[in-house]
Ligand binder design. Structure first.
Ligand code: NIG
Length: 383
């Protein structure tokens, strides 16, 4: 079955290496067949199809690629959030609350909660999504989260090094993470991550975890620069990680190192706002040539949202990215971090991951912030 979508006022394809070198059509049409883009171009030259849908002057862009979430968990931390509003700072220790609730939940409860969040994300235009382990922190529980993660997400990251569980010897826990835990989750995950921060893991510990992950053939990710300049950003550059995520606190040397190593900085603006940390210096990073991605960081502690649209609007309105830069970061930027080159773009032969907005241009995402603009989402073929 083929469907011809016409009446596209603005089509953002991201089919080239940069927004400027990609096709951006007005008065466009797209043909979708068997979940793939079969044709795209000016509406006046569109071929026939089984079904014709007039989108009535709406904008179409690639589905969001949310490259940083922690979707598999139980419980909520609204009380911790409320305490933050009263001036209490965010700290790594809160993770233990979610670990306790997650360990106590059944597979069915975890699966159902994660599937609800996945559906919510998809309804908002997120067609590709990553999730992490990190709320299990023992071998059995981390494997369980990786398994459920595989069911709900396109990509899974091992985050055994999220926190040393309370009451567990630090050295013994690191040995577990880089040994039996890594071996057990390895068949289920694509990347390894570490929370390199005061209260979580030191730079040397983080390096040990990442090198073990690299030896196991995993992509490297780092939670760095969230609460202070703790060395995680420089470590990501040193190891040529796929990304360093958060980057609220970066030195001039960190920025240069990321640009030189071509490490993607993942902006997580919803977390910045929820934790009352300074917004990551997106403009400074972009101007220095650091590749950027934007993600929600959906989790119960620091960022309980699945809305990529909110993150994009914040990146434009408060972090001074252009609309084109923010759209790219929230689609192609995330795809680069995950190593899924066929996502975040609309190309002939590629998956038909299309996000139709109830607006004539993608600029409306920032021009009309907070307004639910998703009109229709198509999630295309996989594999
Ligand atoms: O990316 N910072 C570490 N991990 C998550 C938060 C986890 C939590 O607070 O439960 C983050 O912000």
């Amino acid at each position: 079955m083929s469907e011809l979508l016409t009446g596209i006022a603005e089509l953002t394809t991201h089919d080239g290496p940069t927004p400027a070198e990609s096709t951006r059509l007005t008065d466009a049409a797209v043909v979708v067949e068997d979940g793939r883009v079969a044709w795209l171009g000016p509406a006046s030259t569109a071929p026939a199809a089984d079904v014709r849908t007039d989108l009535g002057g709406r904008a179409v862009l690639p589905g969001w690629v949310d490259c940083h979430t922690h979707l598999v968990f139980a419980g909520d931390r609204a009380a911790e959030f409320a305490a933050r509003l009263d001036g209490r700072p965010y700290a790594a220790g809160g993770i233990a609350t979610t670990v306790e609730a997650t360990r106590a939940a059944s597979d069915e409860e975890l699966r159902a909660a994660a599937a609800r969040l996945r559906a919510e994300a998809l309804a908002g235009g997120t067609t590709t999504l990553e999730t992490k382990t990190g709320y299990g922190l023992d071998v059995h529980a981390e494997v369980r989260l990786a398994r459920i993660g595989r069911e709900v997400a396109d990509s899974v990251t091992f985050l055994g090094a999220h926190l040393v569980p309370p009451g567990v010897d630090r050295r013994a826990y690191l040995d577990l993470v880089v040994g039996p835990m890594l071996d057990a989750v390895r068949p289920l995950v694509d990347a390894i991550d570490v929370f390199c921060e005061t209260g979580a893991f030191t730079v040397d510990e983080a390096r040990e975890v990442l090198l073990a992950g690299r030896a196991a053939g995993l992509r490297l990710r780092v939670h760095g620069g969230q609460l202070g300049e703790s060395g995680g950003v420089a470590l990501a550059a040193e190891l040529g990680a796929a990304s360093v995520d958060h980057v609220n606190h970066v030195s001039a040397a960190d920025v240069d190192a990321l640009a030189g190593a071509r490490v993607t900085a993942v902006l997580l603006p919803a977390a910045d706002l929820s934790t009352r940390e300074p917004l990551a210096p997106a403009r400074r990073l972009a101007d220095a040539g650091v590749p950027l991605a934007i993600a929600t960081n959906c989790n119960p502690g620091s960022s309980f949202t699945t809305s990529m649209a909110f993150c994009v609007a914040t990146a434009v309105l408060q972090q001074r990215l252009s609309v084109a830069e923010a759209l790219w970061a929230a689609t192609r930027g995330g795809a680069a971090v995950l190593g899924v080159d066929d996502r975040g773009a609309i190309r002939v032969g590629g998956p038909a991951d299309l996000h139709v907005l109830d607006a004539p241009s993608a600029a409306h995402l920032a021009y009309r912030p907070g307004v639910p603009l998703t009109h229709r989402v198509l999630q295309g073929a996989r594999g």
